[in-house]
Design a protein around this ligand. Structure first.
Ligand code: B12
Ligand code: SF4
Length: 468
C-alpha cells in the first residue's frame, strides 16, 4: 500500500514560521516499519504551492491519503480530501493532527470526505488500521488506539491512549522532512545558526491550564525519550544533515530534569558545536541554577518563558498554579545564573480578562529583564477547557476556524471590544519593543539581509495588516 501524507497550506496562508513536520515524519517511520511506502507532501516546504500539491494528488497513485489538520486549515483539508475522493474514489482517507485531537467527536462531521480520523498520536493506530483494512492483520476497530470512525449514524472515538515507550518509535523519517527542504524561517525570528531543525524529546504535560489543548494531543502524562535516543538523533542530524541549531519544541522539556541534565552532559561530551533554543515557553518553576548552567554549556542561548499574564486574578483563573511573586523571583534567578536570553510569552484577550488585566500584563512584560516578548491573542483552540466552556454556553458560534492563528482576533471577550483587543495587542508589542535597549539588542542579532527582510515582514504583518 502506498501512503501519501499531506499538510495542506495555501500560499495565502503560508505561515511565518516553517519548520520540518515532525508529526508526519514520525508517522512515516511507523508506516515504513510496517512495510508501507510513504511520501510526504508538506505545504510548508520551500517552493511548495497549492498547484504543486494538487498536481501531486492528481497522479492518484496512492492507496491511502493522510491529512494533517490544524483548525486554521480545516477548510483546505476538506477541499483536498474532496479532490482526492473525486480523482481517486478507492483511496482511504484519514485525518489527524491538532484539530481532530481537540475535536474528535465533530471532525468526521466537518470532514465529510475523511473515512477515518485519529485523535492524538497515530504511530501505533494508523499502521494497525491500514493492516486491518489490507487484510494483513485481524483486530477490532475498538482495539486501534486513538481511532475515530463512523458507525452508521454515530461517530465513535476510541479513548486517548498515549504511546508508552517513546524510544520504540525511532526517529522521524528525516529523509522525507529534510530540514534543507524548508525555508530558513525558524520559530522566533532570531535563530543563531543555520541549518536548523526542530526536535521533539518529550511528549505530554501534567498541567491543567484552561487555555491550552496540548494535553488533548499528547496526554496528561509527561513522557520522555531516553537521553541516548535524543543524543543519537542529534548526532544524526549534526553529521548527516549538517544541523547546527536545534529548536526543542516540547511543552515541558525542563520538567524532566534528569533527562534534561543527561542530554546536556551528552552534548557537552560529544563535542558537537551546536546552539539550542526553546521556542515554546517552559514552565518557569522547572528551572534551577545548575540546570540553566548545563543548558548554557550545551549551547542553549534562548529560552521561552511561559508567563501568560501579569494579573494574579487571571493567572488563578487560567489554573497556572503560579504566583507573580514566584515569576519575578525565578526570572531574576535565571538572569543571575546564566546569559541565556529570555523571551516572555503572554496571552492577550483571555475570555475573563478586563482592560486592567491586560494593562497589568503589559506592565509586567516591561518590568522583567526579557530581551523579547511574544504576545498571542487568545484563540479558542478546540479541546481547551475554556473553549469547551464557551462552546457549551453557545458563545463560539461565530468563530471562523481560519482565524485560529496567533495574530488574528478570533474571539472577543465580553469585557472588551474588538477595537480594544487590537489596540492593546499593538500597545503590548510597541510598549515592549520600542525601547532603546531592546532595539539595540535586536539590531545586534541581525546576521544577514535575509534575516532583516524576514523580521521586517513580521513587523509589517503585525502592525499594518488589518486583522478584521
Ligand atoms: C512545533 C509546532 C509548530 C511548528 C511546526 C508545525 C508543523 N507543521 O509540524 C510551526 C512553528 C511551523 C507551527 C505553526 C503553527 N502552529 Co503550531 N505547534 C507546534 C507545537 C509546539 C508542537 C507540534 C509538534 O511538532 N509536535 C510533535 C509531533 C510529533 O506531534 P504532532 O505534530 O502533534 O503529530 C502527532 C499527532 O498530532 C498525530 N498527527 C499529526 N499529523 C497527522 C496526520 C495524520 C494523517 C494522522 C493520522 C495523525 C497525525 O500523530 C502525530 C504523531 O504522534 C504544537 C503544540 C503541541 N504541544 O502540540 C503547536 C500547535 C500544534 N500549533 C498550533 C497553531 C495554532 C499553529 C499555527 C496556526 C500558528 C500560526 N502561525 O498562527 C501554525 C499552523 C501551521 C500548520 N498548519 O502547519 C496549535 C494548533 C491548534 C489547532 N487546533 O489548530 C498548537 C496545538 C499550539 C496551540 N497554541 O494550541 N507550529
Ligand atoms: S500551557 Fe503548557 S503547562 Fe499549561 S497545560 Fe499547556 S502545555 Fe501544559
Amino acid at each position: 500500500m502506498k501512503v501519501l501524507l499531506i499538510n495542506p497550506l495555501t500560499p495565502e496562508k503560508r505561515m511565518i514560521h516553517n519548520t520540518p513536520n515532525l508529526g508526519l515524519g514520525y508517522i512515516a517511520t511507523a508506516l515504513r516499519k510496517n512495510g508501507f511506502s510513504v511520501e510526504v507532501c508538506d505545504g510548508m516546504k520551500k517552493g511548495m504551492t497549492n498547484k504543486k500539491l494538487i498536481d501531486r494528488l492528481m497522479r492518484a497513485d496512492y492507496d491511502v491519503a493522510g491529512c494533517q489538520v490544524y483548525t486554521c486549515s480545516l477548510k483546505e483539508s476538506l477541499e483536498i480530501l474532496k479532490l482526492i475522493k473525486s480523482k481517486n474514489p478507492g483511496c482511504i482517507t484519514v485525518a489527524g493532527g491538532p484539530h481532530p485531537s481537540g475535536d474528535p467527536e465533530q471532525v468526521l462531521t466537518d470532514l465529510t470526505e475523511a473515512d477515518f480520523a485519529f485523535r492524538g498520536e497515530a504511530e501505533e493506530g494508523l499502521p494497525k488500521l491500514l493492516n486491518k483494512l489490507a487484510g494483513h492483520q485481524e483486530c477490532a476497530f475498538e482495539e486501534i488506539p486513538n481511532l475515530v470512525r463512523r458507525d452508521k449514524d454515530r461517530i465513535l472515538c476510541n479513548p486517548l491512549q498515549p504511546v508508552e515507550n517513546l524510544d520504540s518509535l525511532g526517529m522521524p523519517s528525516w529523509d522525507l522532512i529534510a530540514p534543507n527542504e524548508y525555508p530558513n524561517a525558524p520559530i522566533g525570528a532570531f535563530a543563531r545558526n543555520f541549518p536548523l531543525t526542530t526536535i521533539s524529546c518529550t511528549r505530554g504535560c501534567a498541567h491543567y491550564c484552561t487555555f491550552c489543548a496540548n494535553t488533548r494531543i499528547m496526554g496528561r502524562k509527561l513522557r520522555a525519550r531516553s537521553s541516548q535516543s535524543i543524543l543519537a538523533e542529534m548526532q544524526l542530524l549534526y553529521y548527516d544533515h549538517g544541523i547546527r541549531e536545534f529548536q526543542i519544541i516540547d511543552d515541558c522539556f525542563t520538567s524532566n530534569r534528569t533527562i534534561a541534565m543527561e542530554v546536556c552532559r551528552g552534548i557537552i561530551e560529544s563535542g558537537m558545536e551546536i546552539s539550542i533554543s526553546f521556542p515554546n515557553g517552559v514552565r518557569i518553576e522547572s528551572l534551577d541554577e545548575e540546570l540553566l548552567q548545563s543548558l548554557e554549556q550545551a549551547g542553549c542561548y534562548s529560552l521561552g518563558m511561559a508567563i501568560e499574564t501579569g494579573s494574579q486574578r487571571i493567572m488563578d483563573h487560567m489554573r497556572r498554579g503560579q504566583t507573580l511573586e514566584m515569576i519575578r523571583d525565578q526570572v531574576a534567578m535565571v538572569r543571575r545564573a546564566c546569559n541565556i536570553r529570555m523571551t516572555g510569552f503572554f496571552i492577550i484577550g483571555y475570555p475573563e480578562e478586563k482592560v486592567e488585566d491586560v494593562l497589568e500584563t503589559i506592565r509586567l512584560s516591561r518590568s522583567l529583564p526579557f530581551s523579547r516578548a511574544n504576545f498571542t491573542l487568545w484563540m479558542p483552540v478546540p479541546g481547551s477547557e475554556m473553549t469547551e466552556k464557551l462552546r457549551k454556553e453557545g458563545k463560539l458560534k461565530d468563530v471562523d476556524p481560519d482565524r485560529i492563528v496567533i495574530n488574528k482576533i478570533s474571539y472577543v471577550s465580553e469585557n472588551m471590544t474588538w477595537d480594544q483587543m487590537r489596540k492593546y495587542f499593538i500597545k503590548a508589542y510597541a510598549g515592549f519593543y520600542l525601547r532603546p535597549a531592546i532595539i539595540i539588542g535586536l539590531l545586534r542579532e541581525i546576521r544577514s539581509f535575509e534575516q532583516f527582510k524576514y523580521i521586517m515582514t513580521r513587523v509589517f504583518k503585525l502592525f499594518f495588516v488589518k486583522s478584521e
